[in-house]
Design a protein around this ligand. Structure first.
Ligand SMILES: [Zn+2]
Length: 341
């Protein structure tokens, strides 16, 4: 631990690095921050304090971490990270029940749908290749990533660090969120398909107004049918959302650092009546174009401009190449810029 504290002080300039005797956590923070520093060619500001704030998290047990620009602090919820093995095991148990519900045509939630995936059988063809039946209509790559990891987790949970397990949980929650998009806003997806595949839409579908006038339940059925046909036509499964989330086991730390750097580099003026004010958030949420751009990053990036910035930041930390409109909007909201951007 002494070495980790020394490293944080010497190489990252962190004055108060206090993570108790949790050496694994200390190394995770140091490694994650070094990766940010490298991406920013040493120009990213680092926090002054990295701490556990047990008192705060006792009351906010769902949060994994928080940032505070005023004190230049990142705080980590140790209890939440310690609890991730139990949480994933709980998800796996719930997955069995969820699969049952879905089979019996009982009502199920989007989280049920995502967790039912954990109950799927995986057949290994060789060490690196495996087969499973993905849930229809949801991101197949994301599903494959989850299924492969959970299968290994079931055999030997000790193979995974807390941070890797947290990453799996985040991916499962993301899959649930994409289900919410599909079943919550089917018309949006139909419109998106029409816009991206005008020829297909003209030959295979009815006028948009027809779908607009359907009740929601029928919109869902129509949407699924269109997705099926488009899949047959192009051979591609439709991905309902961007998945620049859960990109790394450092995701939580990078997301929080994104907030911290963002807050440290924007003015009170920005926050009170500028681009990051409450009013600007309303504008953001009412602007379909802006939401579409944020949706290329993740469902969570659509929450508000601040989450959009933090989510984009963590994708940049992971080295993801992002579309131009995303980068433009990131700049507009004063997201922390990489030196070569
Ligand atoms: Zn956030």
């Amino acid at each position: 631990m002494e070495e980790a504290v020394e490293f944080a002080k010497k190489h990252l300039g962190i004055n108060n690095f206090n993570l108790g005797d949790d050496v694994e956590m200390a190394n995770w923070v140091n490694e994650g921050l070094v990766q940010i520093s490298n991406r920013f060619k040493g120009k990213a500001q680092m926090p002054k304090n990295v701490i556990f704030d047990e008192k705060y998290f006792a009351k906010n047990s769902d949060a994994l971490a928080y940032h505070c620009a005023k004190n230049e602090t990142i705080a980590i919820n140790k209890a939440a990270f310690d609890g991730v093995y139990d949480k994933l095991n709980e998800f796996i148990k719930e997955g069995k029940i969820a699969a049952e519900k879905i089979r019996n045509n009982e009502p199920f939630t989007n989280l049920d749908l995502a967790r039912s995936l954990l109950n799927k059988e995986v057949k290994y063809i060789d060490a690196n290749h495996f087969a499973f039946k993905p849930l229809p209509y949801l991101d197949a790559d994301l599903q494959a990533s989850i299924v492969a990891k959970v299968d290994k987790f079931k055999q030997d949970p000790k193979m995974f660090s807390r941070f890797e397990v947290e990453n799996i949980i985040m991916q499962i929650q993301d899959l649930a969120a994409s289900g919410k998009r599909l079943f919550g806003e089917p018309l949006d997806i139909i419109k998106k398909i029409a816009e991206k595949n005008p020829d297909f839409f003209k030959t295979h579908c009815k006028e948009l107004s027809h779908y607009e006038n359907l009740p929601k339940k029928k919109q869902i059925t129509a949407c699924l049918k269109i997705m099926d046909e488009l899949g047959d036509e192009t051979g591609n499964l439709i991905t309902v959302q961007g998945s620049h989330r859960g990109v790394s086991k450092f995701g939580v730390l990078w997301h929080e650092m994104g907030h911290l750097l963002h807050d440290m580099n924007t003015s009170v003026k920005d926050k009170l009546w500028g681009r990051l004010s409450g009013k600007a958030k309303k504008t953001f949420l009412a602007d379909a174009e802006k939401l579409k751009t944020a949706g290329k990053i993740s469902w969570y990036a659509e929450e508000n401009p601040r989450e959009f910035v933090a989510e984009t930041f963590q994708a940049l930390c992971a080295g993801r190449k992002l579309p131009d409109d995303v980068m433009k909007m990131y700049e507009y909201y004063k997201g922390p810029m990489l030196p070569n951007m």
